[in-house]
Design a protein around this ligand. Sequence first.
Ligand SMILES: Cc1ncc(COP(=O)(O)O)c(C=O)c1O
Length: 397
Amino acid sequence: MTHTHDENRLPATHAVHGRTDRTYRSAIFPIYQTSTFAVGESSDFAALLDGSAEDAFVYTRYGNPTVANVQEKLARLHHAETAFLFSSGMAAIAAAVLATMQSGDHIAVVRPIYGGTYGYMGSMLPRLGITPHFITPEQAYALEQHVPQARAVYFETPANPTTLCVDIAAVVAAAQRVGAKTLVDNTFASPINSTPLTLGVDLVIESVTKFIGGHSDVISGAVLGRAEYTEALHHQLIYFGGCASPLEAFLVDRSLKTLSMRVQHQNAAALRIAEFFAADARVKRVYYPFLPTSPDYAVAKKQMKGGGGVLALDFGELEDAVAFVDHLQLVVNAVSLGSVESLVTIPVLSTHARVAEEERALARVTAGTVRLSVGAEAVEDLLADFAQALTHVRQFA
Ligand SMILES: Cc1ncc(COP(=O)(O)O)c(C=O)c1O
C-alpha cells in the first residue's frame, strides 16, 4: 500500500496521517532520537549539503525526520508552503519577527497580545534597532494614518486573555496599502478554527504548547507561510538554535492525531459553558467569540469555524473571582490553555500581575477577570463544578 497526501482531504485526516516509516513499516511514524546522521561515503556529504538528496538529514538542529513529519502536517493544516517547528511559541514569535525585519525597520504591534510577546516587542526589538509602535485594532485597520512606515503588522486573534478578535482581512488590506507584511499569532484558534494564510496573512505563528500539544506536557512553537520565507525562517532556526527536539516533536505528532476532535469538543463545550455563565447574574460579563452577545461575535463568525476553547468571565471584583476559582474542585488553577484538563487563572494575580492598568484596560482585564480554558472533561461535570463554585460568589448588584 502506498500512502499519498491528497490536499483536498479534510483537516482531521491531515492531522492523523503524516509520513510513513519505510524501514520497518511501523504504523506510527517513529521518533528519530538522534543529534546526527551518518553518511555511507564521505563524498555523500556534497549532495546532503546542497539539498539535492531527498530527505537530506545531516544534523538535528538543521532538520530531523520526526520534526519534519510534524512540520509537514502543520503545513497541510494551515495551507502553508513552509513550516518550521521551534522549541517554544516565544522562539517561533522571535523567529517570525526577525525573519521579516531588520535594523531600522518599524513594526506595528496590535494590542492586546500575550504578555511575553509584548515584553519581547517592547524591550528586545529596540535593542536591535527595530521600533515597535503599539496600536489598537481600529488603528491597524487604518494603518496608513497611524504607522505608514510599518514594515510589518503583528497581531493576535483571538487575543489573550479575553478572546478579543481582530479582523484578519481588514488588517491584511490595510497592511497591503502601505506595503507591510502581516504576522498573526493563531494560538487561541488553532488551525482547526482558523487558517489566516488563506486570508492573505504572510506568516502564522502557533504556540504549539497550547491546543496543538493539548496535554500540558510539551513546550513548542511553529511558524508557517509561503515558500519565499523558507530560507529566512530556516536561518532563524539554525543560527539562533531554537529547534524542537525529536522527543517533543514526537509528542506533538501524537497530539495532532486528536487535534480536530479535541478542538471540536472544546468549541461545543466552551459555547455551552459561556451560555451557562451568561445566564447567571453573579457573572458581570462573559467574553466568548461565538456567544452572540460578545462584542467579537461578528468578526469571529466571519473568520473562525468555531469559537475555540477559551472564554473569560468578569466578576467585577477580585474577591469574587478568587472565591469562584478557589472553590473549583475539578478545574485546575494554572496558567496556560488548550489542554485536555480545564484550566483557570485570574490574570491580575498571574499573567497580568505586572501589567500596567492601561494595558489591562486594553485587554479588557479587570480585577474580577477569570480566564477559563475548557478541556475534554464531560461538560455536565464541569457545569456542576462551576455551579457549586458560584454559590461562593456574591450577587452582582
Ligand atoms: C497567545 C500566545 N502566544 C504565544 C505564547 C507563548 O508560547 P510558549 O509558552 O509556547 O512560548 C503564549 C503563551 O501563553 C500565548 O498565550
